[in-house]
Design a protein around this ligand. Structure first.
Ligand SMILES: *[C@@H]1O[C@H](CO)[C@@H](O)[C@H](O)[C@H]1NC(C)=O
Length: 289
């Protein structure tokens, strides 16, 4: 009798334990369902996870996210915009102060831009590039050094592989026809070898036009969320709209170290406003200054 009673008590505890366990399980399931319903978290295996390489429609439209009242650089985030060419936009790469600082450094020294003559390796005047510009020296002051260090951290290319920053100014009607940043001559690759990547930093907003356009990019260009804001020129390829503080990084060479013809890019004519930008070209090897 005593044995039986003990057995009965034991069984009752076991069954109440499993009831409790079941209740906890049901409660937890409801909790998860509620979180999913309110979008507090999502299962990663969605259409975003299955996104195709050349699908440009899932790029988010972030222009409105910049906070003007932010004294610093605001939210920073990187966005892959294309895999062919490999191109990334890093939002709020520079602060407003850094943009203004670079413009003021360049302003007194602006000269009509030239292009490199591939036959002679010399700079020549050109109708394909109508902006004006100037070169800064690598590491010329503390602000420049800070920015160059940031570029190295972001691109994984050491500061020593970079050419000096170039400051560029495009007024209404000024543009840069599509071209490659890599060289097709022997002369220009003697110091530092081929150009591997370019980072283009927008120092100002542009009211209309002035996009950076990649006419040879793969994908459906018109699927980008900012399509309706682009100029005619901007609609000729995958385009990035200038946005003060943003940086566009693209690669002139593929991961297999061959040149990437899809890196063809141009600066669309400014239609309204002024475009200030800064470019750094990075080399395969150390670049001596
Ligand atoms: C390209 O994208 C646009 C906008 O999403 C769409 O209307 C159009 O049908 C697409 N074109 C092709 C060829 O997929």
């Amino acid at each position: 009798m005593a044995v039986k009673g003990r057995h009965f008590r034991g069984l009752s505890r076991k069954s109440s334990n499993s009831t409790l366990l079941f209740a906890v399980f049901i409660g937890f399931s409801f909790f998860v369902l509620i979180l999913l319903a309110f979008g507090i978290f999502s299962i990663p295996f969605t259409s975003r996870g299955l996104r195709k390489v050349h699908d440009l429609s899932s790029i988010s439209h972030n222009a409105a996210r910049r906070r003007d009242d932010d004294g610093g650089r605001g939210d920073q985030w990187a966005e892959v915009i294309s895999w062919e060419p490999r191109a990334v936009v890093y939002h709020n790469f520079l602060s407003k102060e850094e943009c203004e600082y670079l413009i003021n450094l360049g302003k007194p020294h602006m000269k009509k831009s030239t292009v490199v003559d591939s036959a002679t390796g010399k700079s020549t005047d050109s109708r394909v590039r109508t902006s004006s510009g100037t070169f800064l020296s690598r590491g010329q002051d503390k602000v420049v050094r800070t920015i160059e260090k940031r570029i190295a951290d972001f691109t994984f290319i050491p500061v020593e592989h970079g050419e000096g920053l170039q400051i560029l100014h495009y007024e209404v009607g000024q543009k840069y026809e599509p071209h490659y940043d890599y060289f097709s001559d022997e002369f220009n690759t003697q110091n530092g070898g081929q150009r591997i990547a370019t980072i283009l930093m927008y120092l100002s907003d542009v009211e209309e036009g002035g996009e950076t356009v990649f006419p040879a990019a793969q994908g459906n260009f018109s699927a980008v969320p900012w399509w309706n804001e682009l100029s005619e020129c901007g609609k000729g390829g995958l385009s990035v709209k200038p946005n003060m503080g943003d940086a566009l990084l693209f690669w002139s060479m593929k991961p297999d170290a061959t040149l990437d013809p899809s890196s063809l890019h141009g600066g669309c004519a400014v239609i309204k406003g002024n475009k200030w930008s800064s470019t750094k070209w990075m080399r395969v090897h150390e670049y001596n200054i």
